[in-house]
Design a protein. Structure first.
Length: 702
């Protein structure tokens, strides 16, 4: 066969050929990799069925790492492009291939011969000679095989595999519906008075969006202006627009998106919950939540509930008083009705502006993207002994705005040790919302070229406002925190020293510990020295004024209990749906009555009766957070406690800061999944974790 660009990049172990790849090449490449993997696995199984087969780490797990690489990388490229360059043609190919990919991956995970060989490694005399990373990989592979149904036979195994295929299909449908429903809503405004309160930069962006939609002569001053449910549009309208009826229109559209035909996720959610429960029962668990926790740090649903309830008890009364204060403030300015859901963000921002004179629009000019990146890279260089250099043009990219960077170690021979892509701007027509880090390739001693180490490469993706006219991309403070957050994930992926891909970087790290480095990095956004290095007015290069910085720090605790409750609400709802809700019930209870019950405990402004936010809750229905959304708070306890070690050392004590930074790199960032995260954390912190730093950060200490 003629080798297409995708197969060539796998064969030659180069980065994806994003500028050459054609959608019509993908099916051929992925199917070729699947056929090869099937041949390789069958050959391995034949060898293991022979008398006295050779069973060593190298003969099983090293071999599997190499044999799985082609399909992992090719399917990873397809999945990545589904997120950043979505199109009907790509969806069609993804839909065709998904069932086949899930089938071969399930078939590998369910190989009895490989499972028995792994058990032999686990129970054999050589066990003590394996490194900690090798032992963790053997144990996690055994656990994954068990949770993938390796122990099932006959009709149960057939049913399990049917469920796996259907769940993958439902996840993709959910994600596509959420994206399509977001794209489907638009509102053209022709009267500027309806947009009263929106800053000039927003008007310019809305006019730019309108021009892209066919209104060629749209201007910021004269319009028309196009509104959408894309977050860089939706959030500023909710915060700044004084037109209450317009806020209500957008709010109602947002909380009901993907809940009606043709982009309706209700049946998809119900079927997903039903199948997850059935899958858990087949594997011997009472609920899907128990199955989910079998591969996480948290020991039980009860332990998660205990953390959630403790934080709820601390937060709820404070959140009630925050709402009372907000209601009084709004009344002072003539708002006499009870606050509704589309009022809260508006009056919260108004009061925040008055209390702290803190306005996102006043802050944004100080945070042009290039300046934030320069300061972030300088911080990482000081803390972790690396340098980050622009390498645009050294790798093909999927959009002209995507950047590429190399990371070198400042110690030793200063070789390139990692690389990453950065895709920063919102493109609602083809790119899903939110922000994330994903792996292009992981670190591996077996998969490098010319006998060398394969270095890790990350995708860092966010959705901030693109440059408008002559202005560079200017960032809200929340967007600054977000890029620090995703870079923290990237650092754990890229600075790993583990040589086995299955435990390198974030691989093999329990899901509820994965957010530790990302949430840890956010804390530096509240340190004056860091702010000086990441801020510079786009016209004058003046750093963020001291007065504004102090207000940002004060405002961190503003409405903090309400923010805490929101996260706890999402986590508690997720856990209830996967542990206590019976999707087979005949009592009339629905996912939305469950939502209302949980909301009664965790919200101080009740959701609307028609609220269907579950229909776009991609984290738990199209992401990796099913029965795991609590992980954000679980890991935040660890991240705040880890940062407190830097505070104790002295954030402005350069010698102590560098020493602590290297300790963080040598443990949390370096060891990846090679050891249990509690052991890694205690190795860094010198003691078990404590919730005190988290409560102090939110102003919730006694």
């Amino acid at each position: 066969m003629t080798m297409n660009s995708l197969l060539r990049c796998v064969e030659e172990r180069t980065l994806p050929p994003f500028e050459q790849v054609q959608v019509n090449e993908m099916a051929t490449a992925v199917r070729f990799a699947m056929e090869q993997l099937e041949k390789d696995i069958s050959a391995l199984e034949d060898e293991l069925r022979e008398p006295n087969p050779i069973v060593t780490y190298e003969s099983i797990l090293d071999r599997l790492e190499v044999q799985s690489d082609a399909l992992d990388r090719l399917w990873g490229i397809v999945g990545h492009l589904m997120s950043v360059k979505n199109s009907p043609e790509l969806r069609e190919v993804h839909s065709q291939l998904q069932k086949e990919v899930v089938t071969i991956l399930t078939r590998v995970a369910q190989s009895l011969e490989i499972f028995q060989a792994l058990k032999e490694l686990r129970e054999g005399q050589a066990w003590e000679t394996y490194s900690g990373a090798q032992q963790r990989i053997i144990e996690s592979t055994l656990r994954s095989a068990t949770l993938s149904g390796v122990g099932l036979t006959g009709s149960e195994k057939e049913r399990f595999n049917e469920i796996q295929l259907r769940l993958a299909e439902l996840s993709t449908k959910f994600s596509n519906n959420a994206l399509d429903a977001t794209k489907a809503f638009s509102l053209i405004i022709t009267d500027k008075a309806e947009l009263d309160g929106l800053p000039d930069s927003m008007l310019q962006m809305l006019a730019q969006n309108s021009a892209a939609d066919g209104h060629e002569n749209a201007t910021a001053e004269e319009g028309p202006w196009k509104l959408s449910l894309d977050m860089p549009v939706y959030l500023p309208v909710m915060k700044y627009c004084s037109n209450r009826s317009l806020r209500e229109i957008l709010y109602r559209a947002n909380i009901t998106k993907a809940s009606q035909d043709p982009h309706n996720n209700v049946d998809i959610i119900n079927e997903t919950l039903l199948l997850r429960q059935e899958k858990a029962h087949l594997l011997g668990f009472n609920t899907f939540a128990e199955l989910s926790l079998a591969k996480k740090m948290a020991p039980s649903v009860e332990a998660v509930d205990q953390m959630t309830n403790e934080l709820q008890a601390r937060s709820y009364p404070i959140a009630q008083s925050e709402l009372e204060q907000l209601t009084e403030y709004a009344a002072k300015y003539g708002h006499t009705e009870p606050l509704t859901n589309w009022d809260v963000a508006y009056w919260t921002e108004k009061m925040r502006l008055e209390l702290y004179s803190l306005d996102d629009e006043a802050i944004k000019p100080y945070f042009p993207l290039h300046k934030v990146l320069d300061g972030l890279f300088a911080l990482a260089s000081r803390l972790f002994g690396i340098t980050i250099e622009a390498a645009d043009g050294q790798a093909e990219v999927w959009h002209k705005d995507v950047r590429f960077f190399n990371i070198r170690s400042t110690e030793g021979n200063q070789d390139i040790i990692a690389r990453f892509f950065l895709d920063a701007y919102a493109r609602p027509a083809e790119k899903r919302g939110g922000a994330w880090m994903n792996s292009a390739v992981g670190r591996s001693r077996l998969l490098g070229t010319n006998g060398g180490m394969r270095i890790p490469v990350a995708y860092l993706v966010s959705n901030q406002s693109p440059p408008v006219g002559e202005k560079p991309s200017l960032m809200t403070f929340r967007e600054v925190e977000t890029i620090f957050h995703e870079f923290g994930h990237g650092l754990q992926h890229m600075l790993t020293t583990v040589e086995y891909e299955a435990a390198a970087g974030i691989n093999g790290v329990e899901w509820d510990a994965v957010e530790l480095p990302s949430q840890f990095m956010e804390n530096f956004c509240y340190h004056r020295g860091t702010i000086n290095s990441i801020s510079g007015h786009y016209e004058t290069n003046e750093p963020l004024p001291e007065e504004l910085f102090e207000k940002i720090c004060d405002a961190r605790k503003y409405m903090a209990a309400s923010g805490m409750l929101r996260q706890l609400y999402f986590g508690a709802l997720d856990m209830h749906l996967h542990h206590r809700y019976n999707p087979n019930n005949t009592t009339g209870e629905t996912i939305f009555t469950v939502q209302k019950t949980i909301a009664d405990k965790f919200t101080v402004v009740a959701p609307l009766e028609e609220d269907r936010f579950l229909c776009s809750f991609s984290h738990i229905f199209a992401g990796g957070y099913s029965a795991g959304y609590y992980s954000y708070k679980w890991a935040e306890v660890l991240s705040c406690d880890a940062f407190s070690k830097f505070e104790e050392a002295g954030l402005d004590n350069e010698v102590a800061l560098v020493k602590t930074g290297r300790e963080f790199r040598d443990t949390i960032l370096s060891l990846g999944g090679s050891r249990h995260p509690l052991i890694v954390f205690e190795q860094f912190r010198g003691r078990p974790q404590s919730t005190e730093a988290l409560l102090k950060q939110y102003g919730l200490t006694a």
